[in-house]
Structure formats: structure tokens, C-alpha cells
Design a protein. Structure first.
Length: 762
């Protein structure tokens, strides 16, 4: 929200009381629970030069706390007595962590590892953040403010400085330009499709190219002005009397994400089978068991490996969503059908949402027991938007959580493996009373966290650690703990392919490890060209799903070439399972996403900073989806030698290259020095990858050594390789040798038993 009228004036009707000084610096113990790692400061909103100036003036308080190495928490408060009803983001900090405090005449520096904030008493408010002595950002004079709007609404505001050339990324799934400078961003979950400023997944966290991040720990709406109100500052504001944020050190973007996800939660491992292809019934199409089995048969007959079949909304009767009862007219034997599908080696996913339609048998049950959200008058809140007379499950009520879980347990017992947790954005605010007394404004965004957590934890308890997975649409900060998320309702066009990718890259820069999208687009029916181009993009994403709205996405519905393209990229995907699964392990351990914006992998390359048309799949593979009917695409290759996956040709970067691709390829380059384990087992993602393995070496030079691990999964043990090049010879030795393996690097391949493979150049 903008409060100013240019630089000098405030907007008409707004009273903006800015911090005009910094007084009374103190260390620790000013409030209950404070530690020696806490610094307190006070800021009057007009200069104080004598006793009389302390009358009739607001006094803002600021608390700075070192909560972990590289993380400093900042709390700004106007009136402390105003209740903070929550909800609050769960953050993991070490209770006994102690930073360091250095006091000098008129100033204090608080350190949390290399990160420091320095404050000095005086007429101007300034809090300067640095890392190992290198300036990061600062809250400068006139930055902190308390605001009263024309209608009496009160706000707290902060502004952090930007340096020339500094870029800002993140803020959740945003479909506009990937670099956020110049944008106004409202953190407010909406069901708005992928073509506007609205988003399903709003994350109040941004990542700076200058080597730090900022997490605004406010569960409700947060308004960001990213160099769009004051061009040299990022402004963020919230309704109310307090504002809490964390400054998170790098120095690299991956370091920032590592610290941020340690604070807000890391993505868990998801089941191996989830990395296979998901196929759905689509949304409003007509289908029954015969239709479903025809899809499954068609995929098998055409050699298109499939892992998950998903039933979208109309597995239940219209006007009954959600009652969790199979439509008896369409599915008279649901348990038998699920068994028949699972006999084919597939998993089953079904669509759900958190709404209870008035016609559902669960409506009266939930209303009577107090499990549905109520108005302040005591009525059940209802709307006809989406389902007639629908209500909303109140997940702040533990009994309602248990009740909802019971309904899903019936489906799990029947054979369902996972759920598509749709919606979670249309959460009412006005006149609402939550069971636990939460602030309705803050619950609007936070509701999705309770919803997805309820379902994910049930799956984890019933299926076991590492076997739980969702297909979720909405999220807030911390939602990365309940994967996988998909990109929402896009259109079946090249333009929408671009906005979909921008949304995914932005989400991945916001701490989310996994991401998927509707291959071919959701709304409308893609022409065959769009569908084939999207197949390549989708199958080189973290997770892959064929889904549409009013038309199906089975490849043969388009043309014979679509089947060939699908087969090629499904098999490519499955051949990369050792690599993809290692990336998932890396994401779980460090917070680095599987799909990485170019700047995340190349933070020191100015040419990579604004790119939102390509990405790195892990550290080794560069993917550039083709979003042009003629097959034209421009690709940026950072410094080094890049090898085409398809034909082995090389290009030296840094440079832009223009290419034209047929419908069965896209720019797919391998980074110099990479060794990729590629499996020949391309029927199921759970197969024993090491049973038919090739180590593909790209651009190794004499002296290079690489450790390559084929991860353990399901019942298959890990295999670790040591690959080295000496005097033109590449050797690979494996621990726990199971061989034979093949080694490929553009020379003559020698296949050897006993766990040793050798490649000699001519």
C-alpha cells in the first residue's frame, strides 16, 4: 500500500508518523523473556530536544534479537496493549542461542554470526545491517512509521534500502516479471488464475541479489512496494500496531534459502512414485470406470509409463462437494475399481477441498457439532460461490480436524494413496468468528496452512515417513512442508506457459522445493503444438501432471506425434531418476529447490539476474522451454562449456544463443564438469536404477574428480562412484560394486565388470 504523495507529501487522509530519532538503547531484559542477545530502541515521531517535546507524541519501540547464526529478528510496536490474537507462523529458533553485543559511545552492534545490525542514538533513526563488514541493507531515516488511514485503520510500516542494481525476487508464486523491482505486491491469497497480479501462494519473503533475505512474519495481509513508492527502498506494511520481520544473511542465495527454510520448515522427502507421470480425468469431462481404464490402457498400449491416476471433482456428485462419497451412478463399485487400478501398479489420487456444500450429508453433522466456521452472530457462514450453500471447515477446532481426518481415512482404507488439496484461498474475513479466537484478517492467508497440514499429517501417519504427498494449490509461508504444489489455473497458450514458468520460478525462490503445473494448460484445449511444447517443459519440472478443465490431456487426443513426444520425455524423465531423487534429498537437507532460477545457481553472473524464461534443473541441467509456434527460442548460457543433451555439441558461455527446435526437443544443456547417472530402467520411477546405469560425463578435464551417488530408495541400496580423469582416461570406481556400468564421455566406451568402468580417449 502506498502512503505517500510523491516523496515529500503524504496521501490525503493518511497520517504518517515517522520515526524521527533513536533513543535509549539498551541491551536485554527490558521485557519478560528477553536475553542478552536483544537490543531495545525507542523512536519518537518528532524530534525531542527538551522535556516538553515528550508530551503528546507517539513513541515507537523496536526490538532486535539474534535468534540464530545469520538471522536477526526485528519487532516494531506502536501500542503494545492491543491484543495480538494470531495466528502466527511457526518458526524454529534455538532458545539458548546467544549473539554478541558490542557497545560504544551512543551506539550498539548486535551480531548473529557474520550478520550484524548497528544502531546509534541521535536525531535520525537508522538501523544498518551488514555481513562480515559488508553493508547489506538499512532502515534509514523516515523508514519506520505508524500510519492512520482515512477510515481509522492503523498500520505499521518499514522500509529497507536498496543499492543501485540490486534485484528483489520471491514473494511467492507471482506470474508477472520474475524480478520484482518496480512492483506493488499484496500478500493475499486469491483464486485469480495465472494472468493477473493475484496469486494462490503468497509468501511474505523476498530474496535479494545483494546476498540477504527478509521474512515478514505476519500471517495476514502484507503490502510490499518494491522500489515502487520510494525507488531506493522495499516498503512493507501491515494493518495493526505491530510488525515483525527477520533479516536473513547469505552470502549466496542458496545460503539465504538454507537459513530461511531452517526457520520456517524444510520440504520433506516425497515418495519415489510421485516423480512419475500423473494423469487425471480433467475437471468437467464425463468419465466413469470404463473411461478411466481406457486412459490407463491407452497409456500402457502406447508405451507411456504412468505412475498416478487422479480423479478430479466429479468422482463425487455435483452439489455435494465435499461429502467424500463416490457418485454411485458413475462408480457403483469404487473399492473394486481402485483395486483394479492398483493391480496395474498405479497409485490413486482424489480431489478434495475444505468446503461442505449444504446438500452434503456432512453439512448438518458439521454444523451441529460446531465444526464449521461461524459468523459473529453465531450462524454458519455460507456462500453460493463454488457450491450451493457451502460452508467452511474450521481447522482451528481440534475436533473439526479429527472429524475431517475421519472422512479421509475411509478413502485411504478404500485404497486412495494421496489427495489433491484444491482451493484454500476463498476464506472470508468480515463478520467471522474462528473457534480459537484467531484474527479473521490473519486467518485468510493462514487457513491453507491448517488445511494442508491436516491432510499431509494424516497421510504421513497412515502411509509412513516419506510416503506422504499432496497436490496442493494454495500456500503461505511454511507451506513448503506439505508438498507438492502446482501452479493453478492457467490457459492453454504459449503466453500462459510463460506466466506459469514465472510463477514457478518465483515460488522456488521463496523456499518451495517442489513445483508442478498443468501440462497443456488448464483452461481451454491447447493446439497440438502448444501441448507438445508443454510436454517437454512439464516433464522436466520437479513433478509432472497431465490435467485440463473441459477436455482431456491424453496425448493421443491430439495427434500421433504428441504420443511420440510424450514417450520421449517421459522416458527421459525416468532415466534421470537417480539425479532427480538426489536433488530432492538436497532440497530436504538444504532448502535448495529442484528447479532453480538462473540467478540462484549463478549469483555472480549479471547476465543471469533477470532471466525468467529458463531454469536450472539442479546444478547440472539447463532447461529452456520453447514458447513459440515457430520453435524459436533464445537461451542464455553462463560462463563455461555447455553440452547439448541431444547431440553432444558444445557452446562456450557466457553468451546468448538463438535456436530453432522441432516439436520433439527443447534447449537442454549440461553444465561443464557434470557427471550424470542415467538409468536404463524407464518403466517405473521405483525401479532399481543401478541395475542398468550409465555415467554420462560432460566436459571433464585432467585433474577433475567427482563423487556421484545413486541414492537409496524404496528397497534399493545406494551406490557411490568416484569418477576421475587422469592423462585422458576417465575411470569410475564404485563402493559396493554391483556392475557392470557404462561410462560415456564422447569417446570409445569400455564396459567392465567388477565395479570399474574405464573410458579411453583416442
Amino acid at each position: 500500500m502506498k502512503f505517500s504523495n510523491g516523496y515529500w507529501l503524504d496521501r490525503p487522509g493518511y497520517t504518517v508518523e515517522k520515526a524521527r530519532g533513536l533513543l535509549d538503547l539498551s541491551v536485554g531484559a527490558a521485557h519478560c523473556g528477553d536475553t542478552g542477545s536483544t537490543v531495545h530502541a525507542y523512536a519518537p515521531v518528532r524530534p525531542v530536544s527538551g522535556r516538553g517535546d515528550t508530551l503528546n507524541v507517539a513513541l515507537l519501540s523496536a526490538t532486535f534479537t539474534a535468534v540464530a547464526d545469520g538471522i536477526i529478528k526485528v519487532e516494531l510496536v506502536n501500542h503494545r496493549g492491543v491484543r495480538d490474537r494470531g495466528p502466527h507462523f511457526a518458526v524454529a529458533t534455538t532458545e539458548d542461542y546467544r549473539g554478541e553485543v558490542e557497545q560504544a559511545a551512543g551506539g550498539v552492534t548486535l551480531r548473529a554470526g557474520a550478520l550484524a545490525v548497528t544502531l546509534r542514538e541521535g536525531e535520525d533513526w537508522t538501523a544498518a545491517f551488514s555481513s562480515a563488514g559488508r553493508p547489506l541493507t538499512a532502515s534509514l531515516p523516515r523508514a519506520v512509521a505508524h500510519v492512520v488511514g482515512p477510515d481509522g485503520t492503523r498500520y505499521m510500516r518499514e522500509q529497507l534500502s536498496l543499492r543501485p542494481g540490486e534485484r528483489v525476487y520471491g514473494l511467492g508464486e507471482r506470474f508477472g516479471a520474475f524480478t520484482k523491482n518496480g512492483q506493488s505486491v499484496d500478500i493475499w491469497n486469491e483464486d485469480g488464475g495465472t494472468a493477473s497480479e493475484q496469486a494462490y501462494k503468497n509468501i511474505p519473503f523476498y530474496l535479494s541479489s545483494a546476498g540477504y533475505g527478509v521474512f515478514v512474519a505476519e500471517a495476514g495481509g502484507v503490502s510490499f512496494e518494491v522500489g515502487s513508492e520510494i525507488t531506493t527502498r522495499v516498503q512493507f506494511s501491515v494493518e495493526g500496531e505491530r510488525l515483525t520481520y527477520y533479516v536473513i544473511d547469505g552470502p549466496t542465495p542458496k545460503d539465504v534459502l538454507r537459513r530461511y527454510t531452517a526457520l520456517t520448515g524444510r520440504a520433506p522427502m516425497v515418495p519415489t512414485w510421485s516423480f512419475g507421470l500423473w494423469l487425471t480425468t480433467s475437471f468437467t469431462t464425463d468419465y466413469d470406470e470404463q473411461t478411466v481404464m481406457s486412459f490407463i490402457d491407452g497409456m500402457e498400449q502406447r508405451g507411456l509409463p504412468l505412475s498416478v491416476f487422479h480423479f478430479d471433482t466429479f468422482w463425487m456428485r455435483g452439489f455435494h462437494w465435499c461429502d467424500f462419497v463416490w457418485d454411485p451412478a458413475t462408480f457403483p463399485d469404487p473399492a473394486g475399481m481402485l483395486e483394479r487400478i492398483k493391480d496395474r501398479g498405479l497409485r490413486v489420487c482424489v480431489w478434495i477441498n475444505p468446503y461442505i456444500a449444504q446438500r452434503s450429508a456432512l453439512f448438518d453433522e458439521g454444523a451441529t457439532r460446531g465444526y464449521l466456521v461461524r459468523t459473529t452472530d453465531g450462524d454458519v457462514w455460507q456462500t453460493d460461490l463454488w457450491q450451493a450453500g457451502m460452508a467452511l471447515v474450521d481447522f482451528t477446532n481440534p475436533d473439526a480436524v479429527a472429524w475431517y481426518r475421519e472422512k479421509l481415512q475411509v478413502l485411504l482404507d478404500m485404497g486412495v494413496d494421496c489427495f489433491k488439496t484444491d482451493f484454500g484461498e476463498r476464506i472470508p474475513v468480515r463478520g467471522i468468528a474462528w473457534h480459537d479466537g484467531s484474527d479473521p484478517e490473519k486467518m485468510h492467508n493462514y487457513y491453507t496452512q491448517l488445511y494442508n497440514r491436516t491432510v499431509f499429517e494424516l497421510l504421513r501417519e497412515r502411509r509412513g515417513q516419506g510416503e506422504a504427498v499432496l497436490f496442493a494449490r494454495s500456500a503461505t509461508a511454511g507451506g513448503q512442508q506439505f508438498p507438492v504444489h502446482w501452479g493453478g489455473d492457467n490457459e492453454s497458450t504459449y503466453a500462459s506457459m510463460g506466466e506459469t514458468l514465472r510463477g514457478g520460478l518465483s515460488l522456488c525462490a521463496s523456499g518451495f522445493a517442489y513445483w508442478s503445473h498443468d501440462i497443456g494448460g488448464f483452461e481451454g484445449t491447447p493446439d497440438p503444438g502448444v501441448f507438445k511444447r508443454w510436454l517437454a517443459f512439464g516433464l522436466l519440472s520437479s513433478h509432472a501432471r497431465l490435467h485440463g478443465s473441459n477436455s482431456v490431456r491424453v496425448p493421443w487426443a491430439f495427434d500421433a506425434e504428441a504420443v511420440e513426444v510424450a514417450r520421449r520425455f517421459i522416458r527421459l524423465r525416468l532415466s534421470l531418476m537417480p539425479y532427480l531423487y538426489r536433488l530432492a534429498e538436497q532440497a530436504h537437507a538444504t532448502g535448495a529447490p529442484m528447479m532453480r532460477p538462473m540467478f540462484l545457481e549463478f549469483p555472480d553472473d549479471p547476465g543471469a539476474r533477470d532471466i525468467d524464461t529458463q531454469y536450472m534443473l539442479g546444478e547440472a541441467l539447463l532447461v529452456a522451454p520453447v514458447m513459440d509456434a515457430d520453435g524459436e527460442v533464445e537461451v542464455y548460457l553462463p560462463e563455461g562449456t555447455w553440452t547439448s543433451w541431444w547431440d553432444g555439441t558444445t557452446v562456450a558461455g557466457p553468451r546468448w544463443v538463438r535456436e530453432r527446435h522441432g516439436l520433439d526437443t527443447l534447449p537442454l544443456y549440461v553444465r561443464q564438469g557434470s557427471v550424470l547417472p542415467v538409468t536404463g530402467r524407464v518403466e517405473w520411477p521405483e525401479d532399481d536404477w543401478a541395475a542398468d546405469l550409465t555415467l554420462r560425463c560432460f566436459g571433464l578435464v585432467d585433474g577433475d574428480e567427482r563423487e556421484v551417488v545413486v541414492p537409496a530408495h524404496d528397497d534399493c541400496a545406494a551406490v557411490a562412484f568416484h569418477v576421475a580423469r587422469r592423462d585422458g582416461v576417465i575411470t569410475a570406481r564404485a563402493d559396493g560394486a554391483r556392475g557392470p556400468w557404462r561410462l560415456e564421455a564422447g569417446g570409445t566406451c569400455v564396459r567392465a565388470d567388477g565395479g570399474v568402468a574405464e573410458l579411453r580417449f583416442g
